[in-house]
Design a protein around this ligand. Structure first.
Ligand SMILES: [Zn+2]
Length: 239
């Protein structure tokens, strides 16, 4: 597999897995932008990711995604799962991916290997109790990683290449501008469904990207299962 390295804000190196010659998922007509299982080797695919939930706007977001026939990935905090079981169950039932975003948003670079493993297990179990499946991928809070964390985390680590800065700008137009400017085939887009403005931006974002022939798939689908534990990925760009 071809890899490139890109820097994070903290100056740490991460690798970006690229999809080359991977087995094609179930075939779909390239022109069918509403297909649930698009062939991402033939059409443009993107993964919308929502961190830090579930929260009070998550159910509304799930309605929006359902209306647009879009799949997304939710990086959940384990501590919030118990009070939002219905939403978490719905995510899994409606074909979204449920990922691990730690128990309560600790910076992994400040924790020991044992603390990271305990946190991951507790969070995985809280999610699996509701969805019946352990998360396949994890996202570290703040995108913060060190070598200890890389070795301690069991799942592939998924970062992002399009940062909407939604937590900061709280502005639908700015979220749409950033997404339009920065999204490319294979992008992973970072959003947070705990903010009302972020959820409000999603219908426009889906319409805009659909107009550019993008298909909305889960992270694991985007990378076509070609992900390794202890490796951090920011996009699934080929070429
Ligand atoms: Zn977060």
């Amino acid at each position: 597999m071809h890899r490139t390295t890109v820097g994070t804000a903290g100056g740490l190196l991460i690798t970006s897995g690229l999809l080359l010659g991977a087995a094609a998922p179930a075939a779909a007509a390239p022109s069918d932008v509403s297909a649930k299982s698009p062939d991402c080797s033939k059409v443009k695919c993107v993964a919308l990711t929502f961190d830090d939930g579930p929260g009070e706007y998550t159910d509304e977001l799930l309605d929006i995604l359902e209306e647009h026939n879009a799949r997304a990935t939710f990086y959940l905090l384990g501590s919030k799962v118990g009070s939002h079981k219905a939403e978490v169950r719905r995510m899994a039932e409606e074909g979204h991916e449920v990922g691990n975003h730690t128990w309560k948003h600790d910076d992994l670079a400040t924790l020991s290997a044992d603390e990271i493993k305990d946190d991951a297990e507790r969070t995985d179990e809280a999610i699996a109790e509701v969805t019946g499946e352990k998360p396949r991928t994890m996202r570290p809070p703040y995108g913060s990683l060190d070598d200890t964390a890389r070795e301690a985390v069991e799942q592939p680590i998924v970062l992002w290449d399009v940062d909407t800065l939604d937590w900061q700008n709280r502005d639908v137009d700015k979220i749409l501008d950033i997404t339009k400017d920065e999204t490319a085939d294979g992008s992973v887009i970072l959003l947070h469904d705990i903010h009302e403005t972020s959820v409000d931006a999603v219908p426009g974002l889906l319409d805009e990207l659909k107009g550019d022939d993008f298909h909305f798939v889960t992270v694991s689908y985007l990378f076509d299962g070609d992900l390794e534990a202890g490796t951090a990925y920011s996009d699934a760009r080929s070429g």
